[in-house]
Design a protein around this ligand. Structure first.
Ligand code: URA
Length: 383
């Protein structure tokens, strides 16, 4: 089948088949962008109507997004021979000629690149691939974009990505309705003084504020060292209490301050105030116990006071992944912050400030995820 339009200037105009512009209301707040037409799409001249297209439409339906809310199109409007991935020249040529015009005309509130090719076309500087970047909000030239994996990836031996994609589409839907996940300003205490540590601990204990915490460590058993412990007591507020800086230098220059910092943190871990962390039952709590910190698991009334977001999320969504990176992608609008450490040379080389900020981001991400999980547990009658 020959293209029905004259794509003059495109080097593949004579070898590619079919042609389909996007479809859906041009006032739609959500715009899905796929790669290129498949066989069925080329025959019918419509995007996403073949096998994987139907899968995508089912997931969109399951997420509760009505057809009136989305416009759906492709980076490349025709079908390259043998279903091959479009070449960079085809992508550049076709996006300039059609996609960029569709984007400026529809002006969606949220753009959804479907798969790696579309993600790279819309967010060329994302620094992550589709599997790590899916569900996160990126800023593109045309506004915010939340990429999702391509349905062909789900079909090709990754069935659990069906549920993950439906969860991502929940975030897309909220953004489409103009209610994206709330953005929280970071009010982080970096390089605290001993007085600041005391103020925070007093506040949490006095106001009985549910808090999250996270340890960064090096070494194992006899050589185990706690580099820092982060705490968050709201979606914005966090403190990182360091003990060692990079190169294993002591953070506290005055010995009595270090002892005081440990005494203050021990009073938090040994209190009745509810505390939450990601994977704390197998990592953080055993590590604290190893260095001699008493961690109270139940309050004085015998109620559990330690909660693990990994286990809590497992209870409400067994079929989904439970890593903090995944929880962050579906429950928060935080940027893909794992990249900040990677970009600074990895765990071994990143400067202290980057590690400490990363530690506090883990704490606030856990805090926000915990709030959402609690709501979902209530809805399911589990809390
Ligand atoms: N895959 C795509 O990326 N787009 C379609 O239109 C169909 C399948």
């Amino acid at each position: 089948m020959a293209p029905i339009v004259d794509c003059a200037g495109c080097p593949s105009a004579s070898i590619n088949t079919g042609f389909a512009m996007g479809e859906g209301p041009t006032t739609a707040p959500i715009m899905f962008i796929g790669e290129a037409l498949g066989e069925q799409e080329a025959v019918e001249g419509r995007p996403f109507v073949g096998g994987t297209g139907k899968m995508l439409r089912m997931m969109i339906h399951q997420a509760g997004i009505p057809e009136s809310m989305f416009y759906i199109t492709n980076v490349v409007k025709c079908r390259p021979p043998g279903n091959r991935t479009p070449t960079p020249t085809e992508i550049d040529h076709c996006s300039l000629r059609y996609l960029h015009k569709e984007l400026s005309h529809v002006k969606p509130r949220i753009i959804v690149p479907v798969g790696d090719v579309a993600m790279r076309a819309i967010i060329p500087d994302s620094r992550v691939g589709i599997v790590a970047g899916r569900g996160y909000t990126f800023q593109s030239k045309w506004g915010p974009a939340i990429p999702i994996v391509h349905p062909s990836f789900v079909a090709r031996g990754n069935p659990h990505y069906w549920g993950i994609t439906v969860a991502d589409l929940g975030k897309v839907k909220a953004a489409g309705y103009g209610k994206p996940r709330e953005h929280f300003e970071e009010k982080f205490i970096l390089r605290p003084t001993i007085d600041q540590v005391e103020e925070v601990v007093d506040k949490i204990l006095r106001e009985r504020l549910r808090f999250t915490f996270d340890l960064e460590t090096i070494g194992e058993r006899e050589t185990l060292n706690i580099m820092c412990i982060g705490f968050a007591w709201s979606p914005s507020h966090a403190i990182c209490v360091p003990f060692l800086t990079r190169g294993a230098h002591e953070y506290w220059k005055v010995k009595s301050h270090e002892e005081e910092a440990w005494r203050l943190l021990c009073s938090l871990f040994d209190s009745d105030v509810p505390m939450v962390g990601q994977n704390i039952f197998t990592f953080d709590i055993p590590k604290l116990l190893e260095v001699g910190v008493v961690v109270k698991r139940t309050d004085s009334l015998g109620n559990s006071r330690a909660h693990d977001t990994l286990i809590r999320h497992h209870n409400i969504a067994t079929e989904l992944p439970h890593s903090l990176s995944f929880l962050t992608s579906i429950y928060t609008d935080m940027p893909h912050y794992k990249l900040m450490v990677k970009g600074a040379g990895g765990m071994m080389w990143a400067p202290d400030e980057i590690m400490w900020t990363y530690n506090m981001r883990d704490c606030v991400a856990t805090y926000i995820a915990d709030q959402h999980i609690t709501e979902e547990m209530k809805e399911a009658g589990l809390a």
